[in-house]
Ligand binder design. Structure first.
Ligand SMILES: *Cc1c(COP(=O)(O)O)cnc(C)c1O
Length: 397
């Protein structure tokens, strides 16, 4: 294989080979360039590189690094964007993309149902710097239309919301955003790069926390901003390289190894998620089972039309409230209590008291983050074991 960007090839091929470059040793696995800087052959070369770095010319790891560049090319090839910029974490990607793009006086329209830290960045940080932020219910197109009537610089949304798994009609929001002149920035963690069709649906910028499915084994933090070349290199890169949210080369190397199995893992996890959701639907201890793959999910049709799969996370709303949710969590034998997701290990979370603790009670109620809600990230264990584990936990609740 000499072509290092096989865009005409399938996803699994791209995830194994895209972006690969080899040193003079011809190593099989990607080289880990654990270096902060690079030596120039002479002073004039240093000056020339600072003036304009060519392809595969690096200056300083905060600006870019060969191992990180392979990761960036590979994820861009997978997502179908022209380019990508790797960041220290998913939140460095979210905050970096928004801060790079916006200035005081700009207006952002965002879906209300967000990951806790995304909510903080929009509600606290951007407002503190003079950006007007308007929140809407993401599944209500009338609210998007009304909010965008005043124009906006950007639209921000999680295509599947955390933790209540609402699915936003991306193509419809993109159409409204276009009219308003807004760039559409999508946090696509819950959709995963495997099921994403965000670019085809018109998203301008697609963000992932690589900490989640891309690593998929709970080891490293990372994030990535995918988009058009001019946006990535002229807007994102200057901001990120001077503010310091670069991805570590070691983490990029771990993520590259994660990507070779990403398709296999995500499909297996989503298949188990569907089976678990179906097995637990109608369970007497549960008020609701939330999973976009269930036909009774309010946005099932939208999910089916805009994603190649329904994701690896489901949510269970226990009738017995917080006490029952805690009893169920404490009774799990296989799934662990933690707050990551997309991991090989199944992970159960109580959003109301952990990831979304910061939200006022009224906002939690509005978002459907009830005291009985458990978010369940489906791992790679035998699905029958997970169903038995959850059934026993619900029994104990
Ligand atoms: C985890 C997560 C993030 C943040 O990613 P980190 O890598 O933890 O910084 C952002 N958005 C969503 C939807 C997430 O699930």
């Amino acid at each position: 294989m000499t072509d290092n960007n096989p865009a005409d090839l399938g996803r699994r091929t791209r995830m194994v080979h895209a972006g690969a470059r080899r040193s003079q040793y011809g190593e099989v696995a990607e080289a880990l360039y654990l270096t902060q800087g690079f030596v120039y052959p002479d002073a004039a070369s240093a000056a020339a590189r600072f003036e304009q770095a060519g392809p595969d010319e690096f200056i300083y790891a905060r600006y870019g690094n060969p191992t990180v560049a392979v990761f960036e090319e590979r994820i861009a090839a997978l997502e179908g964007t022209e380019d990508a910029f790797a960041t220290a974490s998913g939140m460095a990607a979210v905050s970096g993309a928004l801060m790079a793009l916006l200035r005081a006086g700009d207006r952002v329209v965002a879906a209300r149902a967000l990951f806790g830290s995304c909510h903080y960045v929009l509600d606290e940080v951007l407002r503190r710097y003079g950006v007007e932020v308007v929140f809407v219910d993401g599944t209500d197109l009338e609210q998007w239309r009304a909010a965008l009537r005043g124009g906006a610089a950007a639209v921000f949304l999680e295509a599947i919301s955390n933790p209540t798994l609402e699915v936003i009609d991306l193509a419809a929001v993109v159409a409204l955003a276009r009219e308003a002149g807004a760039l559409v920035v999508v946090d696509n963690v819950f959709v995963t790069p495997i099921f994403s069709r965000a670019v085809a649906l018109g998203a301008d910028v697609v963000i992932y926390s690589a900490t989640k499915h891309i690593d998929g084994q709970g080891r490293c933090l990372g994030g990535v901003i995918c988009g058009r070349s001019d946006f990535i290199r002229k807007t994102v890169e200057p901001f990120m390289k001077h503010t310091g949210g670069a991805m570590s080369p070691f983490n990029a190397w771990v993520m590259l190894n994660g990507m070779t199995t990403l398709d296999l893992r995500v499909r297996a996890q989503a298949e188990s998620a569907q089976r678990i959701a179906e097995a637990l639907a109608g369970h007497p201890a549960l008020a609701r089972v939330l999973y976009p793959g269930l036909p009774d999910h309010p946005q099932h049709a939208v999910a089916r039309a805009q994603m190649d799969g329904f994701g690896t996370v489901l949510a269970l709303d226990l009738r017995g409230g917080k006490a029952a949710a805690f009893r169920a969590l404490d009774a799990l034998r296989i799934a662990v209590i933690s707050n990551n997701l997309g991991d090989a290990r199944s992970i159960a979370t109580h959003p109301a008291t952990t990831t979304h603790q910061r939200l006022p009670e009224a906002e939690k109620a509005h978002l459907g983050i009830t005291p009985g809600l458990i978010r369940f990230s489906v791992g790679l264990e035998d699905c029958d074991d997970l169903i038995a584990d959850l059934r026993a936990a619900l029994q104990a609740a």
